[in-house]
Design a protein around this ligand. Structure first.
Ligand SMILES: [Cu+2]
Length: 224
């Protein structure tokens, strides 16, 4: 029996995995342990395959087996892999299949630094993680390559907050809250920490505001 290449690609990951990180190359993938923070059971500092990450942007491509995921694209410096910075606001993706954002910008202040990209999916079966080893560099954005979206896939930014280990990461409003919360992820009406009305809460992480500014600049590209 003949399978078209496309059909074959679709069937394989759907058989078992939660989600696949297509690009940048993953540090490692274990279907059973993809729920293990911070990198799906793999070492966040693994440098076996390091991808150049131009601050101007790289494509991030995943394949989801879930009907719905909320994605958090984050990054950390290699020497500080507990401080994750949002590269984009949260993205609500609906429909199983390929989801690719052609240009995800990096934190400008990190040019020349070794880093780790973390992809978090808030999926129907829990939080899932994969990471990629990167080096932040200057220059033009990386080519989108094989960046494509499945025909059933739609995506939009949301103001959902990622809450892991009671630490809140802001994904909207340009603030970097320092409060903690026991609220679980999933609500878009959460106001305790990440509210958009607290512009002075930005004491936290250098680079965060720059990142968000860059993110807002490419909103229009998300559905390309
Ligand atoms: Cu799953």
């Amino acid at each position: 029996m003949l399978l078209t290449p496309t059909l074959g690609l679709l069937l394989l990951p759907f058989a078992s995995s939660h989600f696949l990180l297509n690009t940048p190359p993953t540090i490692g993938f274990s279907d059973d342990d993809e729920g293990v923070y911070p990198c799906g059971s793999f070492d966040a500092t693994n440098r076996k395959t390091v991808t150049d990450f131009p601050i101007a942007g790289i494509p991030i491509s995943v394949t989801s087996t879930h009907p719905e995921d909320t994605w958090f694209f984050r990054a950390a410096l290699l020497n500080d892999t507990e401080n994750w910075v949002d590269l984009l606001p949260a993205i609500l993706q609906q429909g199983t299949g390929d989801f690719c954002n052609p240009i995800v910008a990096g934190p400008a202040a990190w040019e020349g630094e070794d880093g780790v990209v973390q992809i978090v999916a808030s999926a129907p079966d829990g939080f899932l993680f994969q990471c990629a080893a990167v080096k932040f560099v200057g220059g033009a954005a990386a080519a989108p390559g094989n960046c494509k979206n499945g025909s059933k896939v739609t995506a939009e930014f949301t103001n959902e907050k990622l809450v892991l280990n009671a630490q809140v990461t802001s994904t909207s409003g340009g603030s970097q809250p320092t409060e903690t919360s026991t609220k679980t992820s999933g609500s878009t009406t959460q106001t305790s920490a990440g509210a958009t009305t607290t512009p002075n809460a930005a004491a936290a992480r250098e680079g965060g505001l720059t990142v968000l500014g860059a993110a807002l600049g490419i909103v229009g590209l998300l559905l390309v």
